[in-house]
Design a protein around this ligand. Structure first.
Ligand code: NDP
Length: 412
């Protein structure tokens, strides 16, 4: 058993905490920390309400500013935590990693590190912060698994599975993320608006013909016909996993496509065009300094408030093309998740659910030793099957569609 410290108490942390509780026979004590202690307590209350703790065990909340490395290290030691699941804002990633290296415990996150004042950095993004610390992790014997949400995360494991089982040579990986759900609001983001919009205001980097290509957001559109959700409009988007898969797998084309309806594109375009998504302060006529993006965030619905009314499904997967035994081959490896099912199980919407379940599966693989690699790893550096096997039983089953049909994949 290994005790877990969860950093953050937002939408994803809620799912992580519930799933840790459901699996506290493999994991041990569960601690949740964010700056606002009451948010941690609300998650704890919801776990007790659902009677989610598998075994009687410790479940505690703590007030913590995770940018304070010493305070985080002290909490890790005080709670006897051996695995830190960092699902706080991506601004805290590097300080939390420092605290893990300092105390010699495992580190997991679901998003690339970001600095508040830098909107889009040079590719590959992991090389700007995370990969600079590879040696430090290896020297300290610290297992650090980067980007272990759904995308990045599970989609990296799907790519690895394609390499392991379905191809001799891969020409392209197109990662397609469709949320066909409906939250019933005029406009809302599925997670922190600040983080969400940052994804779409920078340059769109894709890996094409083994080099970086730059585009603008909403410049390249493509319709995909995906299982269950059907024909969906997507746009090429910059995303973390393009930056690791392009470097770690020998694949000349890696692209990411996110589904957006016309309404989202219109609202986003208006907000962006008139400067309301800017992080640069502006001064009002009354002399008050405000950051437009913070104002927009304050006006939009809190993403976690969407959960009770959210209906519909998500479909996220990797369309992989290449050759096997000299023949051209194409497979789609994917998952379908349901917003209502997620709410009924853990009180969250489907986007938080797909992001929050994978880090818990990874923590379990660290606890059992299978993924306890004692160094820094992206998901595609690790064996895919034990991870996907666990996810099959934890609410995120893997399916495949290829020339042999559309079916569930069993790894047991
Ligand atoms: P939320 O904004 O809902 O939650 C973020 C949490 O971080 C809040 O509870 C906040 O609480 C806490 N936090 C922020 N700053 C600090 C700090 N300095 N110290 C301690 N806690 C802090 O975000 P989500 O739950 O939606 O997302 C969490 C992470 O998951 C993000 O990094 C996001 O990018 C990632 N994500 C990954 C996905 C994937 O598939 N890979 C998909 C969706 C999200 P407080 O303000 O009280 O401190």
């Amino acid at each position: 058993k290994k005790n877990v410290l969860i950093i953050g108490a937002g939408g994803v942390a809620q799912v992580v905490a519930h799933k840790c509780a459901q699996h506290n026979d493999v994991l041990g004590d569960i601690h949740i920390a964010s700056r606002t202690a009451v948010k941690c307590q609300q998650i704890i209350d919801s776990i007790h309400e659902k009677k989610a703790l598998k075994n009687p065990g410790v479940l505690e909340g703590h007030a913590l500013d995770a940018t304070d490395v010493d305070a985080t290290a002290a909490l890790i030691e005080k709670t006897g935590s051996q695995i830190v699941i960092n699902v706080g804002s991506p601004f805290v990633n590097m300080p939390v990693m420092s605290a893990c290296i300092k105390t010699g415990v495992a580190y997991l996150d679901t998003a690339i590190h970001e600095e508040q004042d830098k909107i889009c950095e040079t590719p590959p993004w992991y090389a700007n912060y995370e990969w600079k610390r590879r040696e430090e992790c290896a020297k300290a014997g610290v297992t650090a698994i980067l980007g272990i949400g759904f995308d990045p995360g599970v989609v990296n494991a799907y790519a690895k599975l394609a390499v392991e089982d379905y191809f001799d040579k891969i020409d392209s990986i197109d990662i397609i993320d469709i949320n066909a759900g409906s939250h019933g609001k005029y406009f809302a983001t599925n997670f922190d608006p600040e983080i969400n919009f940052r994804e779409f205001t920078g340059t769109v980097y894709s890996w094409q013909d083994s080099k970086w290509q730059s585009n603008k957001m909403f410049e390249i559109k493509k319709i995909w016909d995906m299982p269950v959700v059907g024909e969906s409009q997507t746009f090429m988007t910059g995303h973390d996993e393009v930056h690791s898969l392009s470097q770690n797998l020998d694949v000349p084309n890696v692209r990411f496509w996110m589904g957006f309806g016309d309404h989202y594109v219109n609202v986003f375009t208006v907000l962006n065009s008139i400067g309301l998504l800017s992080e640069q302060p502006v001064t009002t006529a009354e002399g008050q300094e405000v950051i437009p993006l913070k104002v927009v965030k304050a006006c939009l619905p809190d993403p976690s408030s969407l959960a009770p009314e959210y209906t519909g499904k998500t479909c996220i997967g990797d369309l992989v093309k290449g050759t096997k035994d000299g023949k051209e081959t194409e497979v789609l490896i994917y998952n379908v998740a349901d917003h209502k099912d997620a709410f009924n199980e853990v009180g969250s919407q489907g986007i938080s659910y797909t992001a929050g379940v994978p880090p818990v599966a990874a923590a379990m693989l660290i606890a059992t030793g299978e993924w306890d690699v004692k160094k820094m790893a992206n998901v595609e550096d690790l064996p895919a099957k034990p991870f996907l096997n666990l996810l099959n039983g934890m609410g995120l089953p893997t399916r495949i569609k290829d020339a042999n049909g559309d079916r569930a994949l069993d790894f047991s």
